[in-house]
Design a protein around this ligand. Structure first.
Ligand SMILES: [Zn+2]
Length: 321
């Protein structure tokens, strides 16, 4: 199967009450871990590349790694997406270079400027068979070079005008998720019976208002890692220091996937799985120095984490048929 856009994926996901996982890729082991899980679980998938990933690995390496994944995973639809395109030129360069989907992130711009740049990207993308994700509202947190100290929720009263004026194919919204592994401060959270910190709930009222205004239209959630506490503990047990790393509870993401959310972005959880596994291996095997020996279990744990997301959070396992 060749690379696809997200159009068909999102239509089926919207109608079927599930979401597609959008996982960030930076190197071979991450691409393999994600796509092997998706192939075995028969799940459609979006592999996404940030500006930081292109700077780290080089555009051509990333595209060729994804092409290799397509050869090795022939039974599932795979889309290649630019995460947080900062301007028209970056989006154009990705579309020209084989991406099937781009995000233009004009969310920090004034409303009219966001519309103008998004519309320009949409016109170019649609002429070249690609699709576009826009964003309204800003997420707090840090992701590669995208950083905001404070977020602002999406204003539902703006979404119809934005979508109709830009012609955008999907819309990222801000309802309380955020980038990175420190999504909530402990003082924002309550503690459950087991003493585990529980963050404030996502603003489902805003999501429902937006969905009413845009019936049938695919919504995207960024910053949706759940920051598995077993991997945080593994990092901390083997020399790391990640106090109070807190993510979005998986049951809230599962609920969002049943509504109009068709794409859920997950990056930090994969980073944690990889780093925790490598730290543990290094600590337990101080004599080993072959990178394959510590990258192999890291890749295996990324694969199992993605499998869990597909089955239990996104609900997209078995949907590739
Ligand atoms: Zn993001």
């Amino acid at each position: 199967m060749a690379l696809v856009t997200t159009k068909e994926m999102f239509k089926k996901a919207y109608d079927g009450g599930y979401a597609i996982g959008a996982f960030n890729v930076n190197n071979m082991e991450i691409v393999q871990g994600i796509t092997e899980a998706c192939q075995e679980e028969k799940a459609p998938v979006i592999l996404q590349v940030s500006k930081g990933a292109r700077a780290y690995a080089n555009h051509n390496y990333l595209v060729k790694l994804v092409e290799a994944a397509i050869l090795c995973c022939p039974d599932i639809p795979i889309a290649l997406h630019l995460d947080h395109g900062p301007d028209f030129e970056t989006c154009k360069s990705c579309i020209d270079g084989g991406f099937t989907s781009v995000m233009i992130d004009g969310s920090a711009l004034p409303f009219e400027e966001n519309i103008a740049v998004t519309k320009k990207v949409v016109e170019y993308a649609h002429e070249h068979g690609a699709v576009v994700e826009g964003e309204l509202g800003t997420l707090a947190g840090i992701e590669d070079e995208v950083s905001h100290a404070v977020g602002s929720y999406t204003r539902p009263e703006e979404v119809e005008e934005f979508v109709s004026k830009t012609g955008v194919d999907s819309l990222a919204i801000a309802i309380g998720t955020s980038h990175g592994a420190y999504k909530f401060k402990p003082e924002q959270c309550t503690r459950n019976a087991d003493g585990i910190l529980v963050p404030p709930p996502l603003r489902f009222d805003i999501l429902e208002d937006i969905s009413r205004r845009l019936p049938g239209f695919p919504i995207v959630l960024h910053g949706s890692s759940s920051v598995p506490q077993d991997y945080v503990a593994m990092v901390n047990a083997f020399g790391g220091a990640m106090p109070n790393a807190i993510g979005v509870p998986e049951d809230e993401l599962r609920h969002a996937a049943q509504l109009s959310v068709c794409k859920i972005n997950i990056d930090s959880d994969l980073r944690l799985a990889m780093t925790g596994t490598i730290r543990k291996f290094m600590a337990e095997h101080p004599d080993k120095f072959d990178p394959r020996e510590y990258l192999k279990p890291a890749r295996a744990n990324i694969k199992e984490l993605v499998r869990h997301k597909l089955r239990n959070v996104l609900g997209c396992a078995g949907k590739a048929e």
